[in-house]
Design a protein around this ligand. Sequence first.
Ligand code: ATP
Length: 359
Amino acid sequence: MMFDIELKSVTKTYMGADRPAINDVCLAVERGNIITLLGPSGCGKTTTLRLIAGFERAEAGKIALAGKVVSNGSTWVPPERRGVGMVFQDYALFPHLTVFDNVGFNYKEKDRKSRIMEVLELVNLIGYEKRYPHELSGGQQQRVALARALAKRPVVVLLDEPFSNLDAGLRTQMRVEVKRIIKEAGATAILVSHDQKDALAISDRIIVMKDGVIQQNGTPREIYQFPENKFVASFVGQTNLIEGTIGSDGKSIDTGFGNIPCFHTHNMQPGEKACISIRPDSLEMDQSGPIKGRIIESTYTGEAIDATVEVKLKKGKKQNLLIHVHPEIVVNKGEEINLKVLPDFVAVMSNTDESERIL
Ligand code: ATP
């Protein structure tokens, strides 16, 4: 397998900081894949991107691009010689240059004109060559930035929060478009985002980070369906975290809501403390469902109704569950309902610190 981007045990501590911005980060991106670094503000996403681009130096670890070491204890390749194309959050277009000259900036090869036209065609901007950045919409500016990053045929493209300046509708459209453009260009890409929808929609793999440490590396489906710890479960999508112990059959979990079957208990032993994540879509209103509760809040979102159900547990305890109800169904505050669990999106994890991994 060919990896275009490889980081081995990379650590970076900024001057004066009391802890590393990223700590012992290892990742490998297969040729042609799009990876998203996903996590809350300050988790080290941009630092990782800047280390790959060569705008920062790591104090430990190795970075290799297209099989060549660009940074380790003894080697340092400057940014301009790394073969990396970069798309910045604010696009960083030159306001005094036309689209044509922005895309061709610093491109001095003989095929300059034909290459610029080729990438403009790729990003669907033929006819816009003579315009200036202020004469373009946000989505078009992003296409120019992407075209500029791709013009020199880089092996690796890095995109820092590429969708954050776009409104909701355009954002959805540009996710599809950016993915198409990167795939058609045959580039290997790392994208930084704090938006789980961006990550789920565009990525071949997602790397979830917290406090400079990778929490999970998986396909969008693995990350959403089988989060490995409480942080990943609650950061990527909405969820209900329920504590319990592994059941005597080893294939279920005993909780205050009763015994809940699980597909995969990761070899945890009966009686061991565990936690499960149940997505709101995996809780269904059903008159014969075993969980009794009362609706205490409901919000119409268009696609669904987000309802909060209060469930009374033993010893006077209560826990609220978030469920998604079909928007056509009328739910009334105070209504008593029954719920059943659909096992598809029930993920088991150890009931330890949220950042501790179990696999
Ligand atoms: P955001 O989503 O807000 O951009 P991020 O996940 O990209 O956040 P980084 O920008 O990589 O996070 O920052 C990681 C940590 O390093 C933070 O604690 C941040 O304050 C710190 N940091 C980032 N850049 C510098 C710098 N140039 N000097 C000192 N500390 C920095």
